[in-house]
Design a protein around this ligand. Structure first.
Ligand SMILES: Cc1cc2nc3c(=O)[nH]c(=O)nc-3n(C[C@H](O)[C@H](O)[C@H](O)COP(=O)(O)OP(=O)(O)OC[C@H]3O[C@@H](n4cnc5c(N)ncnc54)[C@H](O)[C@@H]3O)c2cc1C
Length: 310
């Protein structure tokens, strides 16, 4: 099936994509959202830091967004997976398992996924998003002053511990068998009362997602109530941007960003990338802001084109 009237296709309906659709809908631009409804933060129970939605379940934020978009007749929402994106002479073709859609403009808002299974720590998936988290701004307040761990390699974990120590001084760095060799780091951690345990971890023991104990391969263990990961081994959810060979630049937290202009448009005309899929980590407010910005930018571009045509 081919569509006739889609100005913009948005792949991904997290805060980035839904926010773009909202602005496009309010601008009466015909847009289609394709979404598999599997946002990055679905593993957690409460989302924080989004003004008016602080502490709300991620699914509830999504449901409210979807409901509010129903008001806009130019926005079509489909729970469908984009399998392939092809450049056409006039724009883009998006192929799903049952349909093909075409438009002049395409927004990639497909997010990132975390691959914590690759960290090789038994029991980590059970606590991820429940008592062990990636982001202190998202969950540090709730974990403040508790018995925490920072899990990661011998380079990233000590640096991240400096940040996490702001929320709790009862902190142990676990490097899971990697010895910490940099003397300055060791001294600084000691000066700030942070212990380092570099023994290989056998497993994390938890009840209903709440971390209780870190057990080491030598049979010893230490009590912990939660913690943070210095690296979640996250990767792009899909390789669409990679296949277009969009140039990258160095972004914050040592992350790699896709290069875009002020309109969030890539070097491929009509292709925009926003949210985690652009930055690796935008947070909900950042992703929603980028969605809002791209919606307004595209509206201005379309206004310009239509004005010239009259
Ligand atoms: C454990 C955890 C806790 C977090 N807590 C917070 C918090 O408290 N506050 C905060 O601000 N941030 C938090 N974050 C970060 C936040 O989840 C992300 O920064 C935010 O969701 C990024 O929004 P996005 O729209 O770019 O991507 P996402 O929200 O990940 O949305 C991407 C969407 O694209 C869809 N999609 C992917 N591929 C396809 C495809 N091929 N076809 C169709 N659809 C597709 C997915 O199903 C998904 O719905 C947390 C993250 C994690 C992992």
């Amino acid at each position: 099936m081919k569509n006739k009237n889609i100005d913009v296709i948005i792949i991904g309906g997290g805060p980035a994509g839904m926010s773009a659709a909202l602005v496009l809908g309010r601008s009466r631009i015909d847009s289609l959202i394709l979404n598999t409804e599997n946002p990055r933060n679905l593993v957690t129970t409460h989302s924080h830091g989004f003004l008016t939605q602080d502490g709300v379940h991620p699914s509830d934020i999504f449901s409210i967004a979807k409901k509010q978009l129903e008001k806009y007749p130019s926005v079509v929402y489909r729970k469908e997976k984009a399998l392939q994106v092809v450049k056409t002479p006039k724009g883009f073709k998006v192929i799903t398992d049952s349909k093909e859609y075409e438009s002049e403009r395409l927004i990639l808002a497909t997010g990132h996924k975390d691959n914590v299974d690759q960290l090789g720590i038994n029991g980590l998936e059970e606590v991820y998003g429940k008592s062990v988290y990636p982001c202190p701004f998202c969950d540090g307040f709730e974990m403040a002053d508790r018995k925490l761990g920072v899990f990661g390699n011998a380079f990233s974990a000590p640096h991240f511990a400096k940040v996490i120590a702001h929320w709790s001084k009862d902190l142990i760095v676990f490097t899971n068998g990697e010895p910490l060799e940099e003397k300055r780091l060791i001294t600084n951690l000691q000066l700030n009362g942070i212990e380092v345990i570099d023994k290989p971890i056998k497993e994390l023991v938890s009840i209903n997602g709440q971390l209780k104990e870190v057990v080491f391969q030598d049979g010893t263990s230490v009590e912990r109530e939660g913690g943070f990961l210095s690296d979640t081994k996250s990767t792009a959810s899909v390789d669409f941007a990679e296949k277009f060979e969009i140039p990258t630049v160095e972004g914050h937290f040592g992350l790699t960003f896709y290069e875009v202009d002020d309109n969030k448009e890539t070097n491929v005309k009509g292709l925009y990338i926003i949210g985690d899929s652009r930055t690796g980590w935008s947070g909900i407010v950042g992703a929603a802001a980028e969605g809002s910005e791209v919606g307004a930018a595209i509206t201005h571009q379309i206004i310009d084109e239509r004005w010239k045509n009259h």
